[in-house]
Design a protein around this ligand. Sequence first.
Ligand SMILES: *[C@@H]1O[C@H](CO)[C@@H](O)[C@H](O)[C@H]1NC(C)=O
Ligand SMILES: *[C@@H]1O[C@H](CO)[C@@H](O)[C@H](O)[C@H]1NC(C)=O
Ligand SMILES: *[C@@H]1O[C@H](CO)[C@@H](O)[C@H](O)[C@H]1NC(C)=O
Ligand SMILES: *[C@@H]1O[C@H](CO)[C@@H](O)[C@H](O)[C@H]1NC(C)=O
Ligand SMILES: *[C@@H]1O[C@H](CO)[C@@H](O)[C@H](O)[C@H]1NC(C)=O
Ligand SMILES: *[C@@H]1O[C@H](CO)[C@@H](O)[C@H](O)[C@H]1NC(C)=O
Ligand SMILES: *[C@@H]1O[C@H](CO)[C@@H](O)[C@H](O)[C@H]1NC(C)=O
Ligand SMILES: *[C@@H]1O[C@H](CO)[C@@H](O)[C@H](O)[C@H]1NC(C)=O
Length: 243
Amino acid sequence: MANMSFSLILLSLTTIFSLLIPTLYAQSAPLPAPSGPINITGILEKAGQYTTFIRLLNQTQAGNQINSQVNSSNEGMTVFAPTDNAFLNLPSGTLNNLSAQQQVQLVQYHVLPKYYTLENLQTVSNPVRTQATGQDGGFFGLNFTGQGNQVNVSTGIVDVPIYNALRKDFPLAVYQVDKVLLPLEFYQAKAPAASPPAAANGTKSDTGDKKTPDAPSPANGSGKMSMEFGLVSGLWLMLFYLM
Ligand SMILES: *[C@@H]1O[C@H](CO)[C@@H](O)[C@H](O)[C@H]1NC(C)=O
Ligand SMILES: *[C@@H]1O[C@H](CO)[C@@H](O)[C@H](O)[C@H]1NC(C)=O
Ligand SMILES: *[C@@H]1O[C@H](CO)[C@@H](O)[C@H](O)[C@H]1NC(C)=O
Ligand SMILES: *[C@@H]1O[C@H](CO)[C@@H](O)[C@H](O)[C@H]1NC(C)=O
Ligand SMILES: *[C@@H]1O[C@H](CO)[C@@H](O)[C@H](O)[C@H]1NC(C)=O
Ligand SMILES: *[C@@H]1O[C@H](CO)[C@@H](O)[C@H](O)[C@H]1NC(C)=O
Ligand SMILES: *[C@@H]1O[C@H](CO)[C@@H](O)[C@H](O)[C@H]1NC(C)=O
Ligand SMILES: *[C@@H]1O[C@H](CO)[C@@H](O)[C@H](O)[C@H]1NC(C)=O
């Protein structure tokens, strides 16, 4: 009796292991270098915990842009990927409050048009250009501060360490960030284009007197912004048809 159940256990253990081993092997053994082009979504999907960022990359077309730019640029690229937790930790409504154009800017703010190793980032001169640009065409910058072998990325709103590289080989570096990099620009200029110009003749305008709350609350987009967004996506679509 005892012998039989022992061999039964042994049998089931062997079965479990024989089932497990190929899985373990598949997970630990790096797959042969992918023959296809670099695919940011694929990298993030494989790493897990980036579903929100993947969705944004997809919605804003930034994912396609990164893939084609990585393929064509000599400079390479760097992407800071906020985890799902990072998005969950945003004050509720932060993403929904952003206009379509601001969502594009937010995603582009996580992308540098140049490849940087962690060592590069420790000594880079600030601010570092991102892919995000404002209405005036100026770029949104990120600042990097190193201390020992630790490097932080800061926006003026958030400051967060970079410690995990999901991919580190040229031409594309992808680093995990545990906070969403919110651009300072979202909280500074409150839709300057949309607000009516102050009365030039010295008459005090009603709106000028209102105290703007200090609590960061992104300015919402205008119709103009959505139009611009449409234009940008349209251009990307065109590009893809051409390719
Ligand atoms: C990138 O990977 C995603 C998910 O794995 C896939 O849906 C998409 O088609 C891929 N894109 C390219 C250009 O290969
Ligand atoms: C990407 O967006 C398209 C529509 O724009 C949608 O059909 C597709 O399911 C999306 N993929 C992901 C991974 O979100
Ligand atoms: C990558 O670039 C080469 C030429 O530089 C081009 O032939 C190829 O189609 C590009 N592939 C993708 C996926 O963009
Ligand atoms: C922000 O703008 C979008 C459209 O651009 C709109 O759907 C959304 O309700 C607006 N949010 C707020 C808080 O006004
Ligand atoms: C970033 O660094 C530059 C140069 O050191 C500095 O002028 C700027 O104020 C910094 N910005 C933030 C948000 O820390
Ligand atoms: C990096 O940021 C953390 C907070 O997120 C802070 O405690 C730490 O001092 C920062 N390090 C540097 C080098 O700025
Ligand atoms: C000054 O502005 C007020 C309202 O903003 C307007 O009624 C008035 O005509 C203006 N005066 C001149 C001299 O432009
Ligand atoms: C979103 O917009 C609403 C209405 O403008 C505002 O009350 C709220 O504070 C905003 N939330 C965030 C997280 O910015």
